[in-house]
Design a protein around this ligand. Structure first.
Ligand code: PEP
Ligand code: MG
Length: 590
């Protein structure tokens, strides 16, 4: 049994068979076979090894012809390993002694080799480790090729599963999660990733337990192994022993039997103890989540991440598809609840393969993403704006531009919006002219220019997920700099304060829609900084409401004022935890 700790991103406990996704998305459907199938499995293995060796021979020849023998020899080494007796004998031995399926035996044996190589490399110091890693990568490559030969080349790894699995991967893109539903995927765990990566956000939205940023573990696990994911504590357990398994089975059963802890608050108002109303909105990625907002007592949608319309699609959504999604959200929420449509925030880690996005950018997070991409591909932008304006007829739809970093960008967006209105007018198509326009504040330059931007829009929404990464120059998806990526960093707090003050001075609405507003720890601080609107994953809303109802404005302002005098993120966090324990003495800081 192996226990690993990572970043908890979506709560809940799941137990089940692993589906290890490497770059090829390999699924091992059966772990064992009946004794009478053993010889057939061995024959299957031999055929696969022969096929893989032939491929390696072929690759060696082609590479030698193209670049010379030296390069060809790289494949020669692989060919010798595949053709060598040692590998085949060990795999066959496992099939015979353990009744393993050929696929599972291949995976177990090769991952065992890799682990031994890595352990040896660690003992040998830097140069030894590098050589061991190189050899290990070759083995992993062989594993992939043999499995591809054994299993065919599945296009969708979830296609053939017979029971829900736990996905284990180095990293997942939001588009990898397309087919994840609680019916097919019980949980997922990844080696890379951070708390606000989009895949993590999607896991929260789909309510699938998830842990990310676990560091290397894929070499210690094979498809079909039993694993436990504790998305509440951020734990992954590989091949649990009997006692651990029953402990977690019990925990899981208790969790399922427990009603939503703060469900009773659903219909209670989100007012502080001294009767100040804080408006709570939901963040959604899919139109179908609008219902979750109502279920959790949200007053509307504070952030609709419309780029998720690209999920499962290789082409751009049409105007009608945009329109259908927006009207469906309005239909669920009714005509009076606000719905903030954020225009497409494509690029970087979100659907970066759409046409128009530049592939191979060195720094995609600083590149042609989000509103920059839309302004470069006006047709794409126009299509969405037309659909928003048309759908706005049916309710309180608002439009919001992401990643604004200069005043000029905002001007261009507004000009285009006006242009789209004119063209709808000319064509006699019904639309709403006085739709409210807002901008996200998620780049430090926008926060610093908030006083100017505030004169140009009807509302601000502070996207702390990006604001933190750009302020601290710490990639939100990179676990290696997760220590720097802190919402509580004094630099972030000062920027939030600056934005709120600019909004108040100009008397426009201001909201926080980053993950920070879903964390009870930060609620007193945000309210104390002057926020009267927050937008979070619907599931978090009852918990946030609970903090708000236990708080007074004077207390929140005192907390914010003191937090702003502190010098490090750690000091701020400790201070906020202590304050939260005082506000909610029954269960302390979450
Ligand atoms: C943010 O950056 O805080 C935000 C809400 O947008 P996203 O997480 O989609 O980048
Ligand atoms: Mg953002």
């Amino acid at each position: 049994m192996e226990k690993r700790y990572g970043i908890a991103v979506s709560p809940g406990i799941a137990i089940g068979p692993a589906l290890v996704l490497d770059t090829e998305g390999v699924l091992i459907p059966h772990r064992t076979v009946s004794p009478d199938q053993v010889e057939a499995e061995i024959a299957k293995l031999r055929r696969a090894l022969e096929e893989t060796a032939a491929d390696a021979r072929d690759a060696r020849q082609r590479m030698s012809d193209k670049l010379g023998q030296e390069f060809g020899n790289i494949f020669g080494a692989q060919q010798s390993m595949i053709e060598g007796e040692a590998l085949r004998r060990e795999i066959e031995e496992r099939i015979r002694s353990e009744n393993y399926s050929a696929e599972y035996a291949v995976s177990r044996v090769i991952r065992g080799f890799v682990k031994r190589l890595e352990d040896a490399g660690r003992r040998l110091g830097d140069s030894g480790a590098a050589e061991a890693r190189r050899r290990a990568t070759e083995f992993i490559d062989i594993e992939r090729q043999v499995l591809a030969s054994l299993l065919g080349h599945p296009t969708n790894p979830l296609e053939n599963i017979t029971e829900p699995v736990i996905i284990l991967a180095n990293d997942l893109l939001p588009s990898d999660t397309v087919d994840f539903t609680p019916r097919t995927v019980r949980a997922f765990a990844t080696e890379s990733g951070g708390a606000t990566s989009h895949t993590a956000i999607l896991a929260g939205a789909l309510e699938i337990p998830a842990v990310v940023g676990l560091g290397r573990f894929l070499t210690d696990v094979s498809g079909g192994d039993t694993v436990i994911v504790d998305g509440t504590k951020g734990v992954l357990i590989l091949n649990p022993d009997e006692a651990t398994l029953s402990e977690y089975e019990q925990k899981r059963a208790e969790l399922l039997a427990r009603p939503d802890r703060y469900e009773h608050l659903r219909d209670k108002p989100a007012v502080t103890d001294d009767r100040v109303h804080i408006r709570l909105f939901g963040n959604i990625e899919l139109a179908s989540e609008a219902a979750h907002c109502l279920d959790r007592g949200a007053e509307g949608v504070g952030l609709y991440r419309t780029e998720f319309l690209y999920l499962n699609k290789s082409t751009h959504p049409t105007e009608d598809e945009h329109y259908a999604a927006y009207t469906s959200v309005l239909h669920t929420l009714g005509p009076n609840r606000p719905v903030v449509i954020r225009t497409l925030d494509l690029g970087a880690d979100k659907f970066s393969s759409v046409s128009g996005a530049v592939s191979g950018e060195k720094n995609p997070f600083l590149g042609l993403r989000s509103v920059r991409l839309c302004l470069r591909h006006i047709d794409l932008f126009r299509t969405q704006l037309r659909a928003i304006l048309r759908a706005a007829v049916y309710g309180d739809l608002r439009v919001m531009f992401p990643m604004i970093s200069t005043i000029d960008e905002l001007h261009q967006c507004k000009l285009l919006l006006n242009d789209v209105k004119e063209s709808l007018e000319d064509a006699g198509i019904p639309f709403k002219r006085d739709v409210r326009v807002g901008t996200m504040i998620e780049v430090p330059s926008a926060a610093l220019l908030a006083d100017i931007l505030a004169r140009e829009v009807d509302f601000f929404s502070i996207g702390t997920n990006d604001l933190i990464q750009y302020t601290l120059a710490a990639d939100r998806n990179n676990e290696h700099v997760a220590n720097l990526y802190q919402p509580a960093d004094p630099a972030v707090l000062r920027l939030i304060q600056m934005v709120v003050q600019a909004a108040h001075k100009q008397q426009i609405e201001v909201n926080v829609c980053g993950e920070m507003s879903g964390q009870p720890l930060y609620i007193p601080l945000l309210v104390g900084l002057g926020l009267r609107q927050l937008s979070a994953t619907p599931r978090k809303i009852p918990e946030i409401k609970r903090v708000i109802r236990a708080l007074t404005i004077a207390e929140a302002e005192r907390i914010a004022a003191e937090a702003l005098t502190l010098r490090t993120a750690r000091q701020v966090c400790n201070f906020l935890s202590y304050q939260l324990r005082k506000i909610l003495p029954s269960d302390g800081a979450d």
